[in-house]
Ligand binder design. Structure first.
Ligand SMILES: C[S@@+](CC[C@H](N)C(=O)[O-])C[C@H]1O[C@@H](n2cnc3c(N)ncnc32)[C@H](O)[C@@H]1O
Length: 213
């Protein structure tokens, strides 16, 4: 099984300090989105990296639609800057439309669970990254440009936990470097989180399930 974690994701509700700004009020969104709230965000700490639900959307689209997930060998988790974790049912198909996806995330922040008939499609829990990690079995691989240059196929094991940063710039907020068994860099230049997720998924498929397909 591959567990794929998007860690320290820049997904949050609009912070109280900017709730009454005109551009925030005009857009009537509950989720901070840099593409809409850019002009108000300069008032908040770390504003350059915050408000990126698009990273979460692309990460979930790629992972949930992957062959690995369809084969039942993938679990995805979105850990946020405020220590929430979103658990996504492997059966969940992610809404392709970005605005509707944000609507779903707003609902998650409000009512914590998205249900379809009796099934929980997505659930949000207050949880630190280390709490999530303590529940998962497998070698922990942190993807970071600061890691040793390695091929993913050479380091993954059948039970593996891959950790990828869910932010556009800067470094992890959580002290994730101490939580990993191995830190790897897969390319000399910075890649978007969803591309790193895709590379990890495909490496796992090629190494462990290609013969069975
Ligand atoms: C856009 S990057 C975030 C930028 C940030 N400066 C950093 O180094 O973590 C998003 C995430 O993708 C992963 N990543 C990006 N490029 C990588 C690379 N060349 N090798 C390994 N992981 C990479 C890392 O997990 C990173 O946190």
């Amino acid at each position: 099984m591959m567990h794929l974690i998007l860690a320290d994701s820049e997904l949050e509700r609009i912070p109280a300090e900017i709730k009454n700004h005109s551009c925030v009020k005009k857009n009537r969104s509950f989720i901070l989105d840099a593409s809409l709230h850019h002009s108000s965000m300069k008032k908040i700490k770390d504003w350059q990296r915050r408000g990126r639900p698009d990273i979460v959307h692309l990460f979930l689209l790629i992972s949930q639609e992957s062959i690995l997930n369809k084969e039942g060998m993938l679990r995805t988790y979105v850990h946020t800057r405020n220590n929430e974790v979103i658990y996504t049912n492997p059966e969940t198909r992610i809404i392709k439309n970005y605005n509707r996806f944000k609507g779903l995330i707003e609902q998650l922040f409000e009512i914590k669970k998205i249900l379809y008939e009796e099934n929980v499609l997505m659930e949000m829990k207050e949880e630190k990254l280390e709490e999530l990690l303590s529940k998962l079995k497998g070698k922990r691989i942190l993807f970071t440009i600061k890691g040793n240059k390695k091929r993913i196929e050479d380091v993954i094991e059948e039970d593996v936990v891959c950790i990828i940063g869910g932010f556009p710039f800067g470094d992890f907020i959580t002290n994730v470097y101490d939580m990993a068994d191995e830190k790897i860099c897969i390319y000399d230049r910075m890649l978007p989180a969803w591309i790193v997720a895709m590379e990890a998924i495909v490496a796992y498929e090629n190494k462990f399930i290609a013969d069975k397909l």
